[in-house]
Design a protein around this ligand. Structure first.
Ligand code: ADP
Length: 273
């Protein structure tokens, strides 16, 4: 009995050591696989605007330059391709900085209603080109003060509202609603566009994932917007949720904390310890 026991002990130590090493190897392999996939994805995405720009410039060099109208057309297209390349690189940098934890969140108090109003103002021009109407519903009597990173929450609202416009049909409706409860503000962004099939719904927050039909759309973006949204909200300990019906539309929702506005008595200074 006494001679088996130490052997068993050694065996179990060896086993647990082997198991731990195997776990490390698995994690390293997964990491290598992730990097390989990531590089393949990036190369694929970068190729599209680079190929397009190359094409326009070569066509110009091959003689299209002589005609002023054709020249303008191709130069404009080349500029547009370079803009989308720039957007892609910007989004990649943002996502990379977020994933590596380099980006710092700067929390302040601000009114969420003001941020959404600014975003809608910025997007109204793009929406009106396709006669998409953006409706914003909130209670004008109350405050929607929150504690968050204003710039990043602006980005979240911008991505979600822009998607609701992009993936809508012409003359469609986008409804943005603010609902305040005791300690939270819920933001709902609803569109009556093409909707997202159930099998795609759980994957749209992955980087570069796009629903197949939208891949060839000229309005298509970088495929990184929702991955960025998810990261920003995680940095606020919040989550994005979505429900969608194909042919009817989608609702994207998230919540942020509601902050009670501090009413200071006249000339009284409140000192926090
Ligand atoms: P993209 O730059 O392609 O818009 P996103 O990460 O913002 O990338 O979105 C990923 C994909 O999710 C989109 O390509 C589109 O297929 C789908 N999607 C996002 N928002 C909506 C929406 N409101 N309605 C329908 N599909 C959407």
């Amino acid at each position: 009995k006494s001679s088996i026991s130490p052997l068993r002990k050694i065996n179990s130590v060896i086993n647990s050591y082997a198991l731990a090493r195997q776990k490390e190897i698995d994690a390293l392999q997964k990491n290598a696989e992730f990097r390989r996939e990531f590089i393949a994805d990036i190369s694929h995405e970068l190729k599209t605007p680079i190929f397009a720009t190359q094409g326009y410039i070569h066509t110009l060099l091959d003689g299209a330059m002589d005609d002023k109208q054709v020249r303008m057309k191709f130069l404009k297209r080349a500029a547009k391709s370079l803009d989308s390349l720039d957007n892609l690189v910007q989004d990649l940098l943002t996502l990379n900085q977020m994933e590596s934890g380099v980006i710092k969140f700067v929390f302040t108090d601000f009114d969420l209603k003001d941020v959404i109003e600014e975003v809608i103002e910025e997007l109204e021009h793009k929406a009106s080109k396709r006669k998409v109407h953006i409706d914003f519903k909130y209670d004008p009597e109350r405050s929607y003060l929150t504690h968050a990173d204003r710039q990043k929450i602006y980005r979240v609202c911008q991505n979600l509202i822009f998607n609701a416009v992009k993936y809508n049909h012409d003359e469609g409706q986008v409804k943005v609603t603010l609902k305040a409860s005791k300690s939270n503000i819920q933001v709902d962004i609803k569109d009556d566009g093409q909707g997202i099939p159930p099998e795609d719904l759980k994957r749209i927050f992955e980087r570069f994932y796009r629903v197949e039909k939208s891949r060839n759309k000229k309005e298509g973006g970088t495929g990184l917007g929702l991955a960025i949204v998810k990261h920003i909200l995680e940095g606020h300990k919040s989550k994005i949720s979505v429900s969608s019906t194909v042919g009817k539309g989608s609702i994207f929702s998230f919540s942020l904390p509601l902050v009670k506005p501090v009413v200071l008595e006249s000339k009284e200074v409140v000192q926090k310890s």
